[in-house]
Design a protein around this ligand. Structure first.
Ligand SMILES: CC(C)(COP(=O)(O)OP(=O)(O)OC[C@H]1O[C@@H](n2cnc3c(N)ncnc32)[C@H](O)[C@@H]1OP(=O)(O)O)[C@@H](O)C(=O)NCCC(=O)NCCS
Length: 207
């Protein structure tokens, strides 16, 4: 099998039938790795697919891989989550292609958001590094309680709790879009833009 045989695309309604398969694959991989995962309900994954916040890899009709995008703190932070490639499809470069597509999707949709990752996986660290993520302390990640709630299902959560969310087994990695811009936009301008964008319900065609 070759990577060319695999279709990797932004998921849409036609892929809703794969939700159970996706969740089973994520669950099985977590068991093999012996780590916890942020468990998601089928409806949650289905919504990600409907909202064009997911990428799926298929070999014909056979499910090969998946990942979805989550936003935190009113879209100031973004994660690409739940990356999975089924064992029989690993080592072909599928995860890299899925990651590239979720990353581009996130950057296109929320260009000012910081994209972060909390992972213990060597493959994910390698891919993050190539995309420009840097290792950071947990203090630089989101404060959004719903993100950290995802750690509750992990076998190491006691460490996270014991250290007041400062340290754990996972490495925090951050892609800060500002570091990739030639000039820094002052915070008061960013706040002003955010306010303007919030209020902007006008039709752009009305001049
Ligand atoms: C991690 C996983 C998604 C990789 O999928 P894959 O399609 O085999 O990965 P790719 O072939 O696209 O490889 C991507 C990169 O990771 C590296 N890589 C892949 N598996 C690796 C491993 N087990 N250890 C270290 N690096 C690895 C590859 O060498 C490649 O790096 P390169 O571009 O520098 O050569 C897959 O093994 C998986 O689903 N694992 C279980 C779930 C999981 O761990 N998800 C991540 C949660 S944080």
């Amino acid at each position: 099998m070759k990577i060319e045989d695999i279709t990797i695309e932004v998921a849409s309604e036609k892929h809703l039938g794969y939700v159970e398969r996706i969740l089973t694959s994520i669950e099985e991989a977590a068991q093999v790795r012996g780590t916890g995962i942020a468990r998601r309900k089928p409806e949650y994954i289905a919504r990600k697919i409907e909202e064009a916040k997911a990428v799926i890899a298929l070999h014909g009709e056979d499910f090969a891989g998946f990942s979805y995008i989550e936003t935190w703190e009113h879209k100031r932070y973004v994660t690409t989550s739940g990356l999975i490639v089924r064992p029989e499809y690993r080592g072909l470069g599928i995860a890299k292609k899925i990651k590239d597509l979720t990353f581009s999707l996130a950057r296109t949709r929320w260009p000012n958001a910081k994209i972060f990752s909390l992972t213990s996986g060597a493959a994910v660290m390698a891919m993050n590094t190539k995309l420009g993520y840097k290792p950071v302390t947990f203090a630089e990640l989101t404060n959004d309680e719903s993100f950290w709630k995802g750690c509750e299902g992990c076998i190491n959560v006691d460490i996270l709790k014991r250290t007041d969310r400062r340290y754990c087994i996972c490495t925090g990695m951050l892609f800060d879009p500002e570091e990739h811009l030639p000039a820094k936009i002052p915070q008061d301008v960013l706040d002003r833009i955010a306010e303007l964008d919030k209020e902007d319900n006008t039709n752009e065609e009305e001049i």
